[in-house]
Unconditional design. Structure first.
Length: 243
């Protein structure tokens, strides 16, 4: 069991789980370990491990949520900027990245570990919010008119912002989309949500980390995420400033 834990997670949860352990493990690995049927667990170790890893502790959850909103904040205005200069393909590529980030955010809000890309749509589709969000996100990616694309994304942002307020984990935040400063692109200004969540994290090391999240929120290489020693090394360098 120790060897299996090391291969799957890079640490043995039976010895305790630190905040660093949570952040070095991709959400897909956590979903893989905690999901599916168990047909035999003679010593009960796997059951204990799955219980311990059932979901992020509150402060880790707040941290990864804040980091996911921060990801959206970095690119939410770029769809409009690409469209403004006539780069419709670029606008669609950025929109697709934002749709993926919104889907992952919804899974995190629903206390589900986001899987990797092959299963992301299926996992998202099982959420209650998919009933009204999936049509918005799908139509945004199929929009032929740049203005329509931006408006449909903005409507999705507003829906997710209202979902955030429904969680009650921060004070209520204005969920209306608004123009991006003087440029007019409709955005939600996602960093407002990131900072509100960060403010709710309790005293401890997570409060002092940059809002980059768990390893699969800032690394997109399958070769890295599938090798726990690489994932831990890169996370160490990113959050502890060690190269």
């Amino acid at each position: 069991m120790a060897d299996w834990c090391e291969a799957m997670l890079g640490f043995d949860p039976r010895s305790g789980i630190s905040s660093f352990d949570w952040l070095t493990t991709s959400s897909h690995r956590l979903a893989e370990v905690t999901g599916g049927q168990v047909f035999h667990d003679g010593l009960g170790d796997l059951g204990h491990i799955r219980t311990a890893l059932a979901y992020y502790p509150r402060d880790v959850w707040l941290y990864v949520l804040a980091s996911q909103w921060r990801r959206i904040s970095h690119e939410e205005a770029f769809v409009g900027r690409c469209s403004q200069i006539g780069d419709d393909l670029g606008a669609t590529v950025v929109a697709a990245r934002l749709v993926r980030d919104v889907m992952r955010l919804c899974l995190l809000m629903g206390r589900r570990y986001p899987p990797y890309s092959k299963w992301l749509g299926s996992a998202f589709g099982r959420l209650d919010c998919a009933r009204f969000l999936a049509p918005l996100l799908t139509s945004a990616l199929r929009a032929s008119d740049p203005a329509d694309l931006q408006q449909r994304l903005a409507a999705a942002y507003e829906a997710v912002a209202n979902m955030h307020n429904g969680l009650g984990i921060t004070g209520s935040i204005d969920a209306r989309a608004r123009p991006f400063w003087k440029r007019g692109y409709p955005v939600i200004l996602a960093d407002r949500f990131a900072m509100a969540l960060h403010h709710e994290i309790g005293p401890g090391p997570l409060r002092d980390l940059p809002l980059i999240g768990s390893v699969d929120q800032f690394v997109d290489s399958t070769d890295v995420l599938s090798q726990t020693h690489l994932a831990r090394a890169i996370t160490t360098a990113a959050v502890r400033g060690e190269g």
